[in-house]
Design a protein around this ligand. Structure first.
Ligand code: HEM
Length: 414
């Protein structure tokens, strides 16, 4: 017989304490779950929730049993009208990579990796640095700044636009379309709102298809240009698959990186000795970024679906069940990270965090996200070394299951 591991009160269900959409401070609940019931069913979500490091890593590693096909499906079912609009455009089930499975996933990821290597990211570095300097210089003499609005939101979006080769004049339009993706998938919209956002997604999808068509006539030094070139050289990838990869990049690489910058600056300034240390020695920045990703991840949970009857942490999971893998908890699992609630930028195994996933879907853009934040920190510590948090701030976090970052971050300096 299979036994789950609960050690707390046998009549108390931990799921009653679970507040899946409130990410303001989920860490005490995560600890309680790891200690008492590391795998439990949430009635509210209709998901099995998994909170221990080893269980989550094992699930990420086993794509045959746990598919990622549900990773980006809407938590709330789409209204018939919105669904029909997207169906007509061939957008239902559309995924760049993260919702695909082998063999398609393997084939497409291999080709995208060729276009997405360190060479492409390194080429972007001087432009990222120039952008960071320009944005910081705009508020440097004010003595205060709201970091999300004045830096962290726009910078990663502009970098993705560089990667995709979106011209400056299209940036505002594309940005407003792309934001609809988050709202449709993780938000709580009524039918009319769904229809508006579905139309935006259709517009953005058509824009991406057009990006690919343009590269056929005029080669260009950007991601769609590289993928069209690889296709012409005989690599097996269709126009629609290239467009889908471009379509998903903006979402995959924008707000995730905004959150990294927001969480990171907040943690570094909340632990002023860490900020001081990176100001004095920039070589500490890369490991500090890993510790930020461990301690305060941009994405606290990600999804999988069980394809067969299985067992996780002693709990039976029937085929067809949805699972919510709480990486925000795995990263604080004391079996892997001693003194886990201490923010330590010199922690030697910080990089073992699961914030970029693990296994065949491991985040392809992680070097770019880290490069962006490293560049921002190098310039920030140089230009505004006496940066500090504005006192008495009440940090707010958007209501959703997975994306965690302060909505605003007020800072000041003299
Ligand atoms: C701090 C920033 C970021 C975080 C926390 C993050 C996190 C993640 C996570 C959790 C996954 C799913 C992993 C899995 O299912 O096992 C993922 C996949 C992916 N990410 Fe990121 N990401 C970030 C930045 C980026 C950027 C900047 C890009 C692109 C420019 C990007 C592109 C991708 C792609 C293409 C995948 C799908 C890979 C696949 O399925 O094979 N990400 N990322």
């Amino acid at each position: 017989m299979l036994i789950s591991i609960p050690v707390g009160c046998p009549f108390h269900k931990i799921s009653e304490d679970f507040k899946p959409f409130d990410l303001s401070n989920p860490f005490p609940f995560y600890k309680k779950s790891r200690d008492e019931q590391p795998v439990f069913y949430s009635q509210e979500l209709g998901y099995y929730v998994v909170t221990r490091y080893d269980d989550i890593k094992a699930i990420f590693s086993n794509w045959k049993t746990y598919t990622s096909e549900n990773a980006q499906s809407s938590f709330k079912p789409m209204s018939p009208k919105a669904k029909q609009l997207m169906e007509v455009q061939g957008m239902i089930g559309l995924s760049g990579l993260s919702g695909r499975i082998p063999p398609d996933h393997t084939r497409i990821r291999r080709i995208v990796s060729m276009a997405f290597g360190l060479g492409r990211f390194k080429k972007l570095e001087p432009r990222i640095r120039a952008l960071a300097i320009e944005m910081i210089s705009q508020f440097k003499d004010d003595g205060h700044a709201e970091i999300i609005k004045q830096l962290a939101y726009d910078l990663p979006a502009l970098v993705i636009f560089m990667l995709l080769g979106v011209p400056n004049e299209d940036v505002q339009q594309v940005k407003s379309w792309a934001e609809s993706r988050l709202l449709i998938t993780w938000g709580d919209l009524d039918e009319d709102q769904q229809l508006i956002h579905a139309q935006n997604m259709v517009n953005y999808w058509n824009y991406c298809q057009n990006l690919v068509a343009l590269r056929k006539d005029t080669p260009s030094d950007d991601l769609p240009g590289d993928l069209v070139k690889l296709q012409a050289e005989g690599h097996e990838i269709t126009d629609k698959e290239i467009a889908a990869v471009c379509y998903s990049q903006l979402f995959a690489g924008h707000e995730t990186t905004t959150s990294l910058i927001g969480n990171g600056i907040r943690e570094l300034l909340s632990h002023p000795e860490s900020w001081q240390a990176i100001c004095e020695d920039n070589t500490l920045i890369p490991n500090a970024i890993e510790e930020i990703l461990r301690y305060s991840p941009s994405i606290v949970s990600w999804r999988r679906k069980a394809l067969e009857d299985t067992v996780v942490g002693g709990v039976e999971i029937p085929a067809g069940s949805n699972l919510l893998l709480v990486m925000g908890s795995a990263n604080r699992d004391e079996t892997n990270f001693p003194e886990t609630d201490t923010f330590d930028i010199t922690r030697t195994n910080a990089k073992e965090h699961l914030s970029f996933g693990y296994g065949i879907h491991f985040c392809l853009g992680s070097p770019l996200a880290k490069l962006e934040f490293k560049t921002v920190l190098e310039e920030f510590t140089r230009l505004v070394p006496n940066l500090r948090l504005t006192q008495n701030q009440d940090f707010k976090f958007a209501l959703n299951t997975s994306f965690r970052a302060p909505v605003a971050l007020e800072t000041e300096w003299v």
